[in-house]
Each structure stands twice: as C-alpha cells, then as structure tokens.
Design a protein around this ligand. Sequence first.
Ligand code: 0WE
Length: 255
Amino acid sequence: MGLMTGKRGIIFGLANDKSIAWGIAQQLRGAGAELAFTYLNEALEKRVRPLAESLDSNIILPCDVQDEEQMVAVFDTLKQQWGQIDFVVHAVAFANREDLKKPFSETRLDGFQLALDVSAYSLISMTRCALPVLKEGGSIVTMTYLGAVRSVPQYNVMGVAKAALEASVRYLAAELGEKGIRVNAVSAGPIKTLAASGISNFKEKLRVAEERAPLGRLVSQNEVGKATLYLVSDLASGVTGEIHYVDGGFSTAAG
Ligand code: 0WE
C-alpha cells in the first residue's frame, strides 16, 4: 500500500524525461497513484505518450491551456473515465524567449499577456474546469520560482507571472477551503529542463545556485516530485495556500 494507492489525478506540463512533471509523475506513481497526462501538441505527444505508458497511464490527452475548450474536454474525459479525481498538478509555464533576455522595461503587452495567460491564468481556468470532478479533500499543486518574490536577473515577465500565480494560489485556497480542496505551490530551485535550455547563461545560474545553497547542490526533478507527493497526499491535509520551497535552501541563505 502506497501513500497514494487508490488516488487518481492528472499532470499538465510533461514534455520529456527532463521535465519537472516527469519527476513528479514518477514519485506519484511510485506511491501508487493512477495518472492521466496532457500534451501541448503532436510533436510533444510523441515524447509524452511512451513516458505516460511506462507509468501504466492510458489517459493521455491534448491540451493547450490557452484554449478553454480543450481544458473542458480534458476534465469531461476524466469524468467519463474515472468519475472523480483526487488531484491536479499544474507544471506549465511559457514566455517569449526574447522577453527573458531583453531589459524588463522592453516587455510589450503581447508578451506580458502570453506569459500571464499560460503561466498564471491557466491555474485559475484549470481549477474551474477541475472543480466538478475534484473530490472533497482534493488537492491542486502548481510550480513556481523565487523570481516571483525577488528580482532575478533576466527572469523578467516570468517573475511577474509567477507573482500572479502565487497570489492565485492564495485566493483559490481561500475560496476552495470550504470544499476541503487544498491549493499549494512548490517553489523549485533552478533545474536543467527543456524550458531552461532556452535560457542564455543558464549554466552560470546553476553554478551560483549550487554555490549559494546550504545543501551545496542543485535540487532534482525527483526532489520536487517528493514535495509535490507530500502536498497532494493526506500527509498535507492541513496545508493550503502555501508556497513550499524546494531549492536547497538557496532562498533562505544569507549569501
Ligand atoms: O520558470 C522557469 C522557466 C520558464 C520558461 C522558460 C523558457 C525558455 C524557452 C518560460 N518560457 C520560456 N520560453 C522559452 O522560449 N524557470 C524557473 C527556469 C528559469 O528561467 C530563467 C531563470 C530560471 C531559474 C530565466 C532567467 C533567469 C533565471
């Protein structure tokens, strides 16, 4: 009997075996959860399907979080297949690559809207679509980053999006507490993922994080997965509206 035996849920944001979503998926499956996955497009489906199948998943659905119809269709399918679900993992973010390079004041409305839509608003629409199928006692977890609360060089519009995401976690938690539904975020340290590969000087950022973190090393996708496992499980039954740091202590170190 695992911590998640008999529990079912869906993970948004799996792209490949370097994804934080993959570390989360492996931990949740290892604890006995039954998983569904979404993929953004056909190119990603080729990567996501075999990974999902290796964790015994057969609910693998297309979903662009910017398209509410697709989001509704995902949760309709879950309702048909499973009736109700126990958890939702939101591990989705995107900003224009140029907006993570240019001076922050060069951010235009289209890039701002894109980052906020994909990276923050999607948690709100996902929660709304999930509500009819989420059990009482259900749990929602999203991924955030320190750049939400401090200015991190080049993180720019993503920092603003993560600030909106973290505030959304608190407002959703406040609203859904009466239904026994919890909403939390994991604030992960920097990790080499597909998203990170598009960022200039990312190696240098990883080196600084290693040097400054009390643990003296980076955190892994699996460590983020273990924190997420805790937050979706009954171990965290009294925890909601929280930003849970998994960054090797970087954010609390004096420097
Ligand atoms: O949230 C993130 C990255 C999110 C991200 C990454 C990309 C790169 C490719 C969003 N959109 C895009 N768009 C692309 O075209 N992180 C926490 C990782 C990250 O990104 C940074 C960081 C860290 C850490 C950007 C600048 C500085 C630090």
